[in-house]
Structures are given as C-alpha cells and as structure tokens.
Design a protein around this ligand. Structure first.
Ligand code: GUN
Ligand code: FE
Length: 426
C-alpha cells in the first residue's frame, strides 16, 4: 500500500483529560501523515505494510509549546530576580532591539530551532520582535526544519522604548504584508497576529489587528493578566473597560478557537466566562510565572470552567524550552495551590498534565497531539533504559520517570505530520 507504514513499540497517549491510553507492543498505522489506528493485532489489510519496530521503547505524541519568544533565547536565565515590567525594560527590550540586524537574528534562530527540535517540541507558537524582515527569516528557517509553528511579528506602538516602538500605520501595513506573503506559503509554518499586550498597543492598533485577523482568517496570540503591575497599568490606560480581557474583546481579538492568551494568572470570574465563551486557549507558563514572581494560574478552575489550556515555556521569562520540565513545574505549582486552598482545589495529575502538553495545546493546530484516528502523526520515540534502575515498571510509570528525570538524550526520534525529522541543518 502506498504511503502506509506502521510503528511498533510501547505506545502511550491521552484521548481524555487525565486518562492514559496504553498499548504495549502496539503498532500505530499511519497513512498520508495521519494515524489510521493503534493495534495489538494488525488488521489483515495492513499485513504487508512496512513496520519500523522500536522494541521496548516508548512512543508518545510530540510536545506542544503554546508560547515562547524567539528573540529572547540569548537571554535565557538572565534577570529572573525581577518582576515583569522591570525585567522587560532592563533585559528584554534591549535584546529585542537587536533583531533589525538579520545576521544576528539568523545566528540566534538557528540555535533556537535546533534546541526546540532537541527537547521534543514538534509544534510551537512564537513571538518574534517588531521587525518584519527577521520575522520572515524565522518563518523560512522554521519551514526548513520540518517542525510546525505559528510565528508572529510583534506589534507595539506605545509605552515602549524608542529603540522598539512602531508607527501605528507602519505596524499595520507590515503585518498585512507578512500575512499576505506567508498565509499559504508553507504547510506547517504559518503567520499569527501578535499584539505584544495591551500596555504596548494603542486601541487603534488593536482594533486594526482585530480587523486583519477577521479579514484574512488569521489566529491571534498575546499576553493577559500575568502580573499585578501590568493589570494596574491596563486599568489606568482603559478605564472604559470592565477588565483587561474586555480590551481584547472590544478589538475583536478573541477569536473562537483561534486565540492564545499567555498566563492568565490573575483573571477574575467574569474574565473566565468571557475566555470560555470565546473559546480562547490559555498558555500556562508556570516556570515563567515562578521566575518573574507573577503567581500561580488557576488552571484547575479554568479547566473546570471549560476553558482550553495548553502548556508553554515562555522563554525567556521561562528558563527552559523543555515541555517535560514545564510539566514538572506545573505539577509543583498545582501542589502548592492545593495546599493553599486547604486541600480543596484538586491537584493536577501527571496524566492530566501530559494531556495538556500534547492534546490540550495540540487542539490549537487542529487534529494534533494524540494517536486517535485521523490525527496528524507527531511522535517521539523514547529510549528510557538509562532511567530504569533495577525496576520493573508499568508503561505509565516509565512515562512519569521520563517526564520528571529524563532529558533530550532520551528522545531518539521525532516525527512531525508523518515525517521523520532529523536534526535541522540550517
Ligand atoms: N508581557 C509582555 N511582553 C512580555 C514578554 O516578553 N514576556 C512575558 N513573560 N510577558 C510579557
Ligand atoms: Fe511571553
């Protein structure tokens, strides 16, 4: 059969929030980039297909990183004893100003993409800087790598340093130019509208971006309710709005299943209702929220209220690109939230967090993040033999160990949309 093949190993993934699907010594059949089924006994019609046998290794969906800043890669680990606004001013904005220089940008992006590949992230959503040309470069380099991504040119036309502020009309026209050029150029790499956040975007700019998002049917990403100082600033800038979320809504930037808001640490009940009604995705960034002393996002509450949630590294507020490390951090902050609620608000389990890191965030990309029928085949093959010390563990327990104590060296193969993706040569 043409374009049909199988992959054999110890398969583990999630269909439902919090519940593992395990098929030991199973075979995933893939046809034209998509999963046809997961089997212990192969149906007769597949008996002649080519099967790659990975023996005792684990096969899991690729990780999804719903929010990160490419130009902040050189700053990873810097200035994390500050809060958001001082950190932006002292470290982030000066670094982002450098991306007018395409040679500098290219050097950073090549290293970044290799790192994203190495940690097992198969799809991600990326903020670049305000610079149009470096954003194009990043889109092109990502496409070469074979990984999937939404990549946005950042918009900012107020409350920003002189080195990093745009004229409103130019910000709009450059955004349109990029969208027209890239919206249908690549299969797995697409543009996304990226107002940095309300403080650095005039309402005129936000409203125009909302119109562009509607006209060209382009998704949107931004930041929301990360830090108390930021929220105070938004209140001062927009006394006419009931809350921060409403500013984005009034600009038509909350698009059904097409908007990601990073953080949402301090959203109130009214805002949660709006986020649910508009089917917004929340990018939970616990490493960043711990580093910048932002707080703990109410993830259990958001999920109970039927808001979509995925996980994200948010480098360089976050100090790691590894989604397994973000899972660990999510579990730890959730444990604290449980304690602080007098043990009322239930902790997030490893299976729940694994779901958020795969199918939860993957939903933003379509049928991605699971091995259910018709899902695009994004997968990692994991050799965890060095993590097993005289134990006889279940597949679920082996996955737990990999998530908590494994690293890139345990990931021996990566598939994206049915294709084996080798280390990018850029
Ligand atoms: N809010 C606005 N810009 C940023 C950024 O670069 N990082 C984080 N963590 N929050 C932001
Ligand atoms: Fe961010």
């Amino acid at each position: 059969m043409k374009n049909v093949y199988g992959i054999k190993g110890n398969i583990i993934y999630t269909k439902i929030f919090g519940k593992y699907e395990v098929v030991s010594n199973g075979i995933i059949v893939i046809e034209n980039e998509r999963v046809k089924g997961v089997y212990n006994d192969l149906p007769l019609k597949y008996k002649n297909i080519d099967i790659k046998d990975y023996g005792d290794k684990l096969i899991i969906p690729g990780f999804i990183d719903l929010h990160l800043h490419a130009p902040q890669f050189p700053n990873m680990g810097l200035g994390l004893d500050k809060e958001l606004m001082p950190w932006l001013n002292k470290y982030t904005f000066p670094e982002e100003a450098k991306y007018e220089n395409l040679q500098y940008a290219e050097d950073v992006y090549k290293k970044l993409i290799k790192k994203i590949w190495s940690v097992g992230t198969t799809r991600c959503c990326i903020f670049n800087t305000i610079h149009k040309e470096s954003t194009k470069l990043l889109l092109d380099l990502f496409n070469k790598s074979g990984l999937g991504a939404y990549i946005g040119k950042v918009n900012m036309d107020r409350e920003s340093p002189d080195i990093l502020i745009e004229d409103t009309n130019k910000s709009i026209s450059e955004t349109i130019e990029l969208i027209k050029e890239y919206k249908d150029k690549y299969k797995l790499v697409k543009p996304i509208i990226t107002p940095r956040f309300v403080p650095t975007c005039s309402f005129e700019l936000l409203k125009s971006l909302g119109e562009i998002a509607g006209k060209y049917d382009i998704p949107v990403q931004s930041h929301l309710c990360e830090n108390s100082g930021e929220i105070e600033l938004v209140k001062k800038l927009h006394p006419e709005c009931r809350n921060y979320t409403e500013v984005y809504d009034k600009a038509n930037l909350l698009k059904e299943n097409k908007t990601i808001m990073a953080h949402c640490v301090l959203v109130n009940e009214e805002e949660i209702d709006l986020l649910r009604d508009k089917k917004v995705f929340i990018a939970h960034c616990p490493t960043s929220n711990l580093n910048l002393s932002s707080g703990i996002a109410p993830i259990r509450r958001l999920i109970e209220r039927k808001v979509n949630v995925g996980l994200a590294s948010d480098i360089s507020g976050g100090h790691t690109l590894s989604i397994p490390e973000v899972i660990t951090s999510s579990a730890q902050v959730s444990n604290l939230k449980w304690l602080n609620s007098n043990k009322v608000e239930e902790k997030l389990t490893t299976a729940e967090l694994f779901y958020l890191a795969t199918k939860g965030g993957g939903k933003f990309f379509g049928k991605v993040g699971s091995f259910e029928e018709d899902y695009e085949f994004d997968a990692l093959v994991i050799d965890d033999s060095d993590l097993l010390i005289e134990n006889n563990l279940s597949i679920e327990e082996r996955l737990q160990k990999f998530l908590y104590i494994g690293n890139s060296n345990n990931i021996i193969l990566r598939y994206v949309s049915g294709n084996l993706i080798n280390e990018p040569i850029l």
